[in-house]
Design a protein around this ligand. Structure first.
Ligand code: ZN
Length: 418
């Protein structure tokens, strides 16, 4: 009935307003939390330039976001306190969290006074941005920022070069996006080189499409070999049934995620006869029932390479909940100087930022006994969060019906040049 449908739309709008109000409230509380944490750190004698550490990490755990995203959200909250019109518009549902972020992003290079001036000029709370999409809002904020202080906007552009980087994220169907953020001239030059070589190959009779030649050439240039598997190890984690008995249980490609069994066998076996490639099969035995990898110990202070590889495979990404960042540190959960042993049970993979957070005063971590490897992290504000290692291929998630038999094995297959 039409009357009901009008009500449904009103509810959707109303809930959207509620989300904005909740987001604005979270922003206000985050700023207050940051202030009181800094005060506490001052009283504890933490040097001024180290204050504020671990604040975003605690907000991340509370919001179930990654530490990187939480620190951007805290930055947004802090900027909004100096932009009362934008903050009011956010509270009233006139701009949502993302659009408020866009306004802050375009004005973050300005002085506090100039930012307040842009805020007044845009007057988001009067409905001035009504009907504007993401691009229009960014453009309006950027134009206002440029009018206030052209020099700092230009300076920001030259600083942006420092943010150049390459990243990897999964795409559907066992594909992946390899993305480079580059200064415009370099990006255009790289693309032009790939286009030129692709055109040359195709005019010489190569029947691959232009996009295919460009993609293949990119991999070839970067890795130094056709096919692109060289020097670097590509690892696959799968059950022996998947590898040897054509079982359908999916495998894990570290650095990417879950891939279908047939695809895993294809990666493992294609080119295995090639004399430049070797295939290693490492067996990882698991304990019956839980799918937990069997532990290895070391007397050394640093994790030996076998144990590091083990932690890498068990944890897959940084162990902080919601973090997802690649592992950069093999960390003693209970520190070595506090008597923590170098064992798989007392080890965890962490990203750089989370490893740093763990070392700030007020944070404690300890391993928790259980069927699968679990770490408990307690924060300065007094909350405790648990992180359980992800299930290995062939293991149902915690609480699932399927369990492993004592015979079940996981294999890692590594392919690389010798
Ligand atoms: Zn992390």
């Amino acid at each position: 009935m039409a009357g009901d449908d009008a009500g449904k739309i009103n509810q959707i709008r109303g809930l959207e307003d509620l989300k904005c109000l909740a987001g604005a409230r979270q922003a206000g509380i985050s700023v207050a939390f940051d202030l009181s944490q800094r005060q506490e750190q001052t009283e504890a004698g933490v040097p001024a330039d180290e204050q504020g550490a671990g604040v975003a990490a605690q907000i991340a755990l509370a919001r179930r976001e990654s530490p990187a995203r939480a620190s951007r959200l805290l930055g947004l909250a802090e900027a909004l306190t100096g932009m009362p019109h934008t903050f009011a518009a956010f509270r009233a549902g006139l701009v949502n969290e993302w659009r408020a972020t866009l306004i802050v992003k375009e004005t973050i290079c300005l002085s506090v006074e100039d930012r307040a001036g842009v805020d007044e000029e845009l007057a988001a709370d009067t409905g001035a941005l009504h009907g504007m999409g993401d691009k229009a809002i960014s453009a309006a904020a950027r134009a206002a920022a440029y009018r206030r202080d052209p020099a700092s906007v230009t300076k920001r552009a030259s600083r942006a070069v420092g943010g150049r980087r390459v990243s990897l994220r999964p795409a559907p169907d066992t594909m992946t996006y390899l993305t480079a953020l580059l200064p415009a001239a370099q990006g255009v030059a790289a693309y032009a080189a790939l286009t030129r070589d692709s055109d040359t190959a195709r005019s010489a009779g190569d029947d691959r499409s232009r996009g295919q030649v460009m993609a293949d050439t990119l991999v070839e240039r970067v890795t130094g070999t056709p096919g692109g598997v060289t020097g670097v190890e590509i690892q696959l984690v799968m059950t022996d049934r998947t590898f040897l008995q054509a079982d359908a249980e999916p495998a894990r490609l570290p650095g990417y995620g879950t891939i279908p069994a047939t695809r895993a066998r294809h990666i493992a076996l294609t080119g295995a006869g090639d004399k430049d490639l070797s295939l290693w099969v490492r067996r990882l035995y698991t304990t019956p029932g839980s799918g937990e990898l069997v532990a290895m110990d070391s007397k050394a202070r640093l994790f030996p390479s076998g144990l590091k590889r083990f932690l890498q495979i068990r944890d897959d990404t940084c162990r902080t909940p919601y973090c997802d960042a690649p592992i950069r540190h093999h960390d003693h959960i209970t520190a070595w100087h506090n008597g923590g042993p170098t064992t798989a049970g007392n080890g965890q993979g962490l990203c750089e930022a989370c490893n740093h957070t763990k070392e700030t005063p007020g944070w404690t971590t300890r391993p928790v006994p259980g069927p699968r490897h679990t770490v408990a992290t307690s924060t300065p504000a007094g909350h405790t969060y648990h992180s359980t290692a992800p299930p290995l291929p062939g293991t149902a998630p915690a609480g699932g019906a399927r369990s492993c038999s004592s015979q079940e094995r996981r294999l890692t297959l590594a392919r690389a040049t010798p």
